[in-house]
Design a protein around this ligand. Structure first.
Ligand SMILES: O=P(O)(O)OC[C@H]1O[C@H](OP(=O)(O)OP(=O)(O)O)[C@H](O)[C@@H]1O
Ligand SMILES: O=C(O)c1cc(=O)[nH]c(=O)[nH]1
Ligand SMILES: [Mg+2]
Length: 197
């Protein structure tokens, strides 16, 4: 799948939004990829995750377990795992920290891939990887549908992205005037101090 084909899936799903968005990292951006508009369509999700699974397997070899950060990572983690013939588990926040809950375990000898939906600063991915590291050292790498940092985010492991984009993101006190003129909205689930979600 080419970068243009991936972007066309987001465009066709109405998932490529323009406005003033408060991102999970607290940064502000004029563009937001509403991945849930992708994930509400199982056929579209399957197409994207099949391509991601192929790319991840080519980079990392056989994968036994996929671990994803809730909420956004759950659906692509599951579908990518299905394509890989792997198991899918997820970490979710408890007191703000990602934890493996619900009795999920990761076998010691399992080769683990971390699957994220979107990478912006890599913060959620790094937090997810830190949580996985409490259970296993056997992480082969990471994969995501879209890397908005265009390869700049450092996860500490190799990241395979189905599509790399260079989308601007600004600190709240350094907004360009056209962005500052729009009312900000915060679509994600991470709690940000001083911001109503
Ligand atoms: O690379 P980062 O700067 O961490 O940004 C990307 C993260 O932001 C979104 O999650 P969010 O915390 O908004 O919650 P969600 O998964 O529930 O949508 C997205 O799902 C990634 O996990
Ligand atoms: O950085 C984020 O929070 C983020 C960006 C984006 O485009 N989509 C998303 O779901 N989260
Ligand atoms: Mg997320």
């Amino acid at each position: 799948m080419t970068q243009d084909e991936v972007l066309a899936e987001f465009r066709d799903a109405g998932a490529l939004l323009h406005g003033h968005f408060i991102l999970s990292s607290g940064l502000r951006s004029p563009v937001f990829l509403q991945k849930m508009f992708i994930f509400q369509d199982p056929v579209r999700t399957e197409r994207l995750c099949r391509a991601l699974a192929e790319k991840a397997e080519a980079a990392f070899g056989k994968i036994d377990y996929v671990v994803s950060p809730a909420v956004g990572g759950i659906v692509p983690g599951y579908e990518t795992a299905r394509q890989l013939g792997a198991k899918a588990v997820f970490v979710e926040r408890e007191d703000g920290k990602f934890q493996l809950r619900r009795g999920f375990t990761i076998p010691e000898d399992a080769k683990v891939l971390m699957v994220e939906d979107i990478v912006t600063t890599g913060l959620s991915s790094r937090e997810c990887l830190a949580s996985i590291a409490e259970h296993t050292k056997n992480v082969v790498g990471a994969a995501c549908l879209i890397d908005r940092s265009n390869g700049k985010a450092d996860l500490g492991v190799k990241l395979v992205a189905l599509c790399k984009l260079d989308i601007p993101a600004y600190p709240a006190d350094a907004l360009p005037p056209e962005l500052a003129a729009l009312p900000p909205v915060k679509p994600g689930s991470r709690a940000i101090q001083g911001v109503k979600g």
